[in-house]
Design a protein around this ligand. Structure first.
Ligand code: NAD
Length: 298
């Protein structure tokens, strides 16, 4: 892997975190977004990210100064990619927006540029044709709060060139990620293929009145040795995300339990602004949730 210049398209929640993380690890990073007003908002996030890197990773002022020097910003797509070895796409999770973006990008990107999508729920094969370079296209999926939850799932589609795949795995390691290669396309990658069924099983048990929140979490914690149960995890992920996932599933399947779950989450959590750790309360109250109490498992 001899990438030096990396372009990040989309400077929202994940895009800016990826840009900062990549610049922090010594790559030249160009941040691209639709207009200068949005880019000004992205620039303003430099300070909060710096604080987080100091607090959580003991980053030094010298490292942060270098990070700042490694970052540049433009709303001109051709300029943004003119030297890019790798472009990471973090535009909204909407197939229409992504396809339009790849059509535009294909026209202006140099031949050498490898494209990677950070999409959480869409598959790279959906966009391979629009990129105009399927062999140089794959998914590179990060988790929110990338500097702490430093996983990078790398997933090609059927015609991704194996060398490009290896290069992106090496790149992920070079920016401090635990690289997690997948052998084939899988909706939800590895993490959500494991997590979504666990969390829905937990909410199904609850809305079916089989057991209460704490009993379900106690079962999981005691029996598997995990530090937190499914409802504790839901508070971390955020109840809004769980609500959205269930709502999409309810519309698709009309499953009565899923419909009941949507109603339950809306009435008890969404409408009361109990969205999990981010609002101080979800299934548990923070900063001292009951499952952290030494007596929880007695
Ligand atoms: P976001 O809404 O915070 O940011 C999207 C950014 O894209 C905005 O700055 C917006 O101005 C910009 N944008 C819109 N249209 C554009 C275009 N045509 N060209 C360039 N930029 C454009 O979204 P996000 O949460 O950062 O998510 C981005 C991607 O990352 C999605 O595919 C999402 O699935 C994925 N992702 C998100 C998370 C998360 O926790 N938020 C985690 C992993 C992956």
């Amino acid at each position: 892997m001899n990438y030096k210049n990396v372009t990040i398209a989309g400077s929202g929640v994940l895009g800016y975190q990826i840009a900062f993380q990549t610049a922090f690890h010594g790559f030249k990073v160009t941040v691209y977004d639709i207009n200068d007003a949005v880019l000004d908002k992205a620039k303003a996030k430099f300070e909060t990210m710096s604080e987080a890197f100091k607090r959580d990773l003991n980053a030094t002022q010298e490292q942060l100064d270098k990070t700042r020097q490694n970052l540049s910003y433009t709303s001109n797509l051709a300029d943004a990619v003119k030297d890019a070895d790798l472009l990471i796409e973090a535009v909204p999770e909407n197939p229409k927006i992504k396809i339009e973006f790849y059509h535009k990008l294909a026209k202006v990107a140099p031949e050498k540029t490898v494209f990677a999508t950070n999409s959480s729920t869409l598959l790279p094969s959906q966009f391979a044709e629009a990129t105009g370079r399927p062999a140089k296209f794959l998914a590179l999926h990060f988790a929110n709060n990338i500097w702490l939850h430093n996983t990078a799932e790398v997933m090609g589609h059927a015609t991704t060139d194996p060398q490009n795949f290896k290069d992106v795995v090496a790149f992920a390691k070079a920016i401090g990620m635990l690289a997690l290669p997948l052998h084939k396309e899988q909706p939800g990658y590895i993490l959500n293929s494991l997590l979504v069924p666990l969390l829905s099983a937990a909410t199904n048990l609850l809305v079916n009145d089989v057991a209460d929140v704490q009993t379900i979490d106690k079962t999981w914690i005691k029996a598997t040795g995990a530090p937190v149960g499914p409802f504790g995890i839901l508070d971390i992920v955020g109840i809004t995300t769980a609500y959205n996932i269930n709502q999409i599933a309810a519309e698709k399947t009309n499953n009565p339990i899923t419909i009941k779950t949507v109603k339950y989450l809306k009435e008890n959590f969404i409408d009361k602004n109990k969205l999990g750790i981010s609002t101080g309360e979800g299934f548990y109250k923070y900063p001292n949730p009951a499952f952290k109490n030494p007596d929880f498992l007695k």
